[in-house]
Design a protein around this ligand. Structure first.
Ligand SMILES: CSC[C@H]1O[C@H](OP(=O)(O)O)[C@H](O)[C@@H]1O
Length: 353
């Protein structure tokens, strides 16, 4: 199964093409799509998490610039309006660096015309898949060497799968790689409240491919780790600071603390596009605050009393000292060990254990 979170649909919208999004708010109950042709519709899809996941947001941002160019032509926008709309797309969600990065990769090509921007967006999507496959192989090698286990029991949090990327996935890319090698025993899938990306999306991906897994409540993660039920935790990332601090879905920090206490490796799987060298450490990463109703209701049913407010940070920051390994397509770094890469590929990163 090769699910695509998003793809450019050249037949849509009168032949000019459109961005077709697998609407992740509908999964796993049903499969539906949003075919978006405007910046408004794409921003709405991003904010509602119809399309989500750092690398997928990068690809959506790049194709979103093409949508903005087409809309500008249809609506007669001047350069200032086009610029403002691209900025609005770029800032639709603040924590994942990839959205802004994807826009910034293609924006300089606007003077060369829409076909140049479209070609660059396609190239960015292809490069993301290649990076995911490379980092997954490197991560699997590292985990098998580190654990010396014949088959691995893995805990993962949220969804960092094909649905969160252009294809293959990051954390789930590592799981797919281990499974393909016959070296995966079981995946413990944190449900990942409040939007349940684990229970809804990660389980959907793993079930579709017959990858053994079991869904658990987020509150079980620490005891699962400390009871020795897993050999490692593998998660994605939304932004990695220059010192190795990692912003990821809320609850990742708790997994990192449990792993450190249990002496179990926490591996963060992320393409280099998620590394933000302009941010020195985690304190510089903006954490998205999301609406109360995501916490106080479940499936539209109120579970907290009317009038009870909610605290709903969408991400947390796991300090580098808890990150055993950071697997990118350029190599596997070891922030917790203070192993500064000291190689050209990782120029700008610096870890102190
Ligand atoms: C490889 S996706 C990285 C990251 O994105 C997810 O956040 P969201 O579902 O809010 O877009 C989650 O933090 C994943 O780990």
């Amino acid at each position: 199964m090769s699910v695509l979170a998003l793809d450019w649909d050249i037949e849509a919208a009168g032949g000019r093409g459109a961005l077709r999004l697998l609407d992740q708010t509908l999964l796993p109950a049903r499969t539906g799509y949003r075919v978006v042709t405007t910046v408004d519709a794409l921003v709405e899809a991003i904010v509602e998490l119809a399309v989500r996941g750092a690398p997928a947001l990068g690809v959506a941002g790049a194709f979103g610039v093409v949508l903005a160019l087409d809309e500008a032509e249809r609506e007669g926008w001047d350069a200032a309006r086009l610029d403002a709309e691209v900025d609005r797309l770029r800032s639709a969600r603040p924590t994942a660096v990839n959205l802004a990065w994807g826009v910034d990769q293609v924006r300089p090509l606007i003077p060369q015309g829409r076909e140049a921007v479209l070609a660059a967006a396609h190239a960015l999507a292809a490069a993301d898949e290649a990076a995911n496959r490379e980092l997954s192989a490197r991560a699997a090698d590292w985990l098998l060497e580190r654990t010396q286990r014949p088959r691995l029991r893995v805990l993962t949090h949220c969804n960092a799968g094909a649905l969160a990327t252009s294809a293959w996935g990051t954390a789930l890319g590592v799981v797919r790689e281990l499974h393909a090698r016959g070296r995966l025993e079981l995946v413990y899938v944190d449900e990942t409240r409040p939007l349940l990306q684990g229970a809804r999306l990660t389980a959907w991906e793993l079930r579709a491919e017959g990858i053994p897994h079991t869904v658990q409540v987020d509150g079980a993660a620490a005891s699962t780790v400390l009871r020795g039920l897993v050999d490692c935790a593998v998660v994605g990332a939304d932004r990695v600071a220059a010192n190795g601090d990692v912003a990821n879905k809320i609850g990742t920090l708790a997994v990192g603390l449990a792993c450190r206490e249990a002496g179990v490796p926490l591996l963060v799987a992320a393409p280099w596009s998620t590394v933000d060298l302009d941010v020195a450490d985690g304190d510089g990463i903006e954490i998205e605050q999301r609406p109360d109703h995501e916490v106080t209701t479940v499936g539209g049913v109120r579970v907290a009393p009317e009038g009870s407010p909610a605290f709903n940070p969408a991400f947390d920051v796991t300090p580098a000292r808890l990150v055993t390994a950071l697997a990118t397509e350029r190599g596997v770094l070891e922030p917790a060990a203070g192993r500064t890469p000291g190689t050209a590929e990782h120029e700008g990163m610096s870890f102190t254990s």
